[in-house]
Write a protein that binds this ligand. Structure first.
Ligand code: ADP
Ligand code: MG
Length: 357
């Protein structure tokens, strides 16, 4: 494998007794679109600030191209951090805002003009070059901030919750826009978000942070389909958790019957576990025969129509919380569903994950 652009080796940042970042090990490759995902306070911003050079780690090493940059100041790193609030200069025009970084570098005037023109084209704001930031929409201001960050052609662009201030529709557009820009520029992006859907949509790899440590780092597909902990399973998307106990090599559910599951190695007799399964992996059907059948049953508490799919909430004897089932429009058409209906619930062992309770 080629040398990673960025390597974190046991990186720590402690503020007194607060362990904001607590021993991170991570390699990020050139041209990767990498997402850091974690609840508020998990250390995301602190990590970005160390990568940008605004904080010095209290332990460990940050290597760029294999060289330790822990003590290199921000302006000497080929790294740009785009802040949570875009911090555009209100008294400058859009073109001046975009030009700012090059002006500071004392770039020749003619070159600045060309590069600002190109950048305004790319962020599709050429027609608004002479406006001030307060004359733009939220999405346009976002693009100016991106242009200002990208014009210096950093090797690594750090984005801290860049889409946090935008409404849902615009967020979706900007997610695609960011991917396009990243591809076009061939720059490594590390984006921080607390929105798991956003991370899955945009990133090549996603890392889940919790209390300053790395829980899991994988492709969006694997993070979603193969979470390595109950926390990760719960944090990403919707997950049903059914309590169970290991008994004679099987799992017995809350209803006292075996629960279909892929049982991991190393579970001891009597261990308490949870069986996790995604809503879209559950199958429902009209009950066959009497209630003594082998499949667990559920009673429809509520249905929620989402356009593309239908979500069912079922009361079952498998767990105290309602179980969520996601049916495609076609599946929903084939089965009459109204509140109070009884349904049989089925799933494949391969679609389950089992975690210690
Ligand atoms: N300058 C600081 N002094 C003391 N504690 C800090 C400082 N910066 C961050 N923290 C603490 O470090 C933890 C991680 O914060 P932060 O990196 O901002 O998390 P996130 O961006 O994931 O919400 C929090 O508990 C926060 O209160
Ligand atoms: Mg933050």
């Amino acid at each position: 494998m080629t040398q990673p652009l960025l390597s974190l080796r046991n990186v720590q940042k402690h503020f007194g007794t607060v362990r904001a970042v607590d021993g991170l090990n991570l390699d990020i490759q050139e041209n990767e679109f990498f997402a850091l995902l974690g609840a508020s306070g998990s250390g995301k911003t602190t990590l970005l600030r160390m990568l940008a050079g605004f904080e010095v780690p209290t332990g460990g090493e940050i290597l760029l191209d294999g060289k330790d940059v822990s003590n290199v100041p921000p302006n000497r790193r080929p790294v740009n951090l785009m802040f949570q609030s875009y911090a555009l200069f209100p008294h400058m025009t859009i073109a001046q805002n975009v030009a700012y970084g090059l002006e500071m570098e004392k770039c020749p005037k003619a070159e600045i003009k060309t590069r600002v023109g190109e950048m305004l084209e790319i962020i599709q704001l050429s027609h608004l070059a002479g406006r001030k930031p307060d004359q733009l929409s939220g999405g346009q201001r976002q693009r100016v901030a991106l242009g200002r960050a990208l014009i210096k052609r950093p090797r690594l662009l750090l984005l801290d919750e860049p889409l946090g201030a935008l409404d849902k529709k615009l967020r979706g557009d900007m997610q695609l826009e960011l991917k396009r820009l990243q591809h076009e520029f061939g720059i490594t992006f590390i984006i921080v978000t607390h929105d798991q859907e956003e991370a899955l949509v945009m990133a090549d790899r996603v890392a889940i942070l919790k209390d300053g440590t790395l829980l899991q780092c994988a492709s969006p597909h694997d993070i979603y389909e193969r979470p390595n902990s109950r926390y990760a399973a719960d944090f990403i998307g919707v997950m049903n958790f059914m309590p169970a106990k290991v008994s004679n090599g099987r799992l017995l559910g809350a209803h006292g019957k075996p629960v279909t599951a892929q049982i991991p190695e190393g579970l001891h007799e009597g261990a308490d576990v949870v069986v996790a399964i995604r809503p879209e992996r559950l199958k429902v059907s009209a009950p066959q025969g009497d209630a003594a059948g082998s499949l667990p049953r559920g009673r429809v508490l509520a249905t929620a129509y989402h356009g593309l799919d239908l979500q069912l909430h079922l009361e079952t004897e498998l767990c105290a919380d309602p179980i969520t089932v996601r049916l495609t429009a076609q599946e929903a058409d084939q089965i009459a569903l109204s509140q109070g209906d009884q349904l049989e619930l089925g799933w494949d062992a391969k679609d389950t994950r089992v975690f210690a309770a």
